[in-house]
Design a protein around this ligand. Sequence first.
Ligand code: CTP
Length: 445
Amino acid sequence: MTKVITYGTFDLFHEGHYRLLQRAKELGDYLIVGVTTEEYDQARGKLNVMDSLMTRIENVKKSGFADEVLIESSPGQKALDIQKYQIDIFTVGSDWAGQFDYLKEYCKVVYLERTKNISSTMLRAQRASICRIGMIGTGRIAERFIPEAKLVSGINTEAVYNPHLESGRRFAKRWEIDAYESLEDFCEAVDAVYIAAPHETHYQYIRSALKHGKHVLCEKPMALRKSQAEELFEYAKEQGLILFEGIKTAYCPGFTRLLGIACSGMIGTIRNVEACFTKLENPSHRELTDERYGGSFTELGSYVMLPIIKLLGSQYQELRFECIRGKNGLDLFTKAFFTYPEGMGTATCGLGVKSEGRLVVSGTLGYIVVEAPWWKTAYFEVHHENPQDVEKFSERFLGDGLRYEISDFLSMINGNSRSEYKLTRGDSTALAGVMERFLEVEGRG
Ligand code: CTP
């Protein structure tokens, strides 16, 4: 019996896939089809697959050519599968010609001619027209956004608005996009808005963008008052628009995996979460000179609160802050203490004090530790009582990581809400509630 194997994503199953499977089957007697997991596709930069793994498997099965389906979840798996299943022929489309020649060591490699004028990429583009996004703000984070957005197909950065016209124009020139002088004209020119302006402007900008019928991705902290966050989410819902808070950690594959493992019981019941993120900031920058909205907590608090709110929830009993302040009264180093009926959390951040940036999640059976930069989670360990008993987990974290939140934002706009759980309306509202309390106790409410 001649055994044949082939692999693919098989998103939005199309004629090209059908013909490939048909010819693959004809090469032998028994056909095994490997279908990629979402995580594997994400890791290799395919960020916008639309069909779920189950749907893609179902479609491969429905073609009637696959005798067996397996899941492809990591690079290097092909060579192992070929040996394990005693494969005679490996085949893929000619778009991969030459790339799998290394498998000739194990079996025959056949590149089948690709069907012309059809691909999942083409179908995805047809289904969802390109989303034109515009940015408000031209600071350092805005600079990182454009190259990351370029890596997500289906979204195009086209416009920028900055009330400081000269900055807007300079930014537009550098990135070859259009600068607008009026917020109205800017909103009219785009489908979605990314807000990377100073914190205190977020509320008004989000309202304006939603009023113009635009989806919004807003940098953290999205709102500085709980009632504002609630109002904005409600308004977005009424308008049928997506409102997303951009805390990149929440959308990165390593962090979502960590949350899954923390909740799986592997470390027992979670009792303590400690997160620290410090970044020595130039004292002349806005973050350390804006006496009303600057300081370490408004700047970095969203990151360090995120694992606490995700793992212990928003129903804390007590919330207390301790700060070390600079001469102008702004917090250079802050600790927020969360007390729950059966757990606690400490969120530590600093702009003028440097510390070890670590995340530790402690449970009744063990703990998870992620070293800096845990906010770009790529690797973490699970420890137990026996120090030898350590499990290691790693995930890709590509580039600046903004591509993950941009990709999830786009999926939501296109009607695929599978990533909504990563940072919910409730999470963002709770985070805004803590920010509000902090500014109140600091006398800046
Ligand atoms: N394939 C093909 N003809 C096409 C499209 C795909 O023969 N027109 C083959 C690929 O070469 C591969 C298999 O189908 O062997 C699965 O490909 P996959 O990457 O899932 O499909 P694409 O349409 O190429 O997807 P994308 O556009 O996302 O790259």
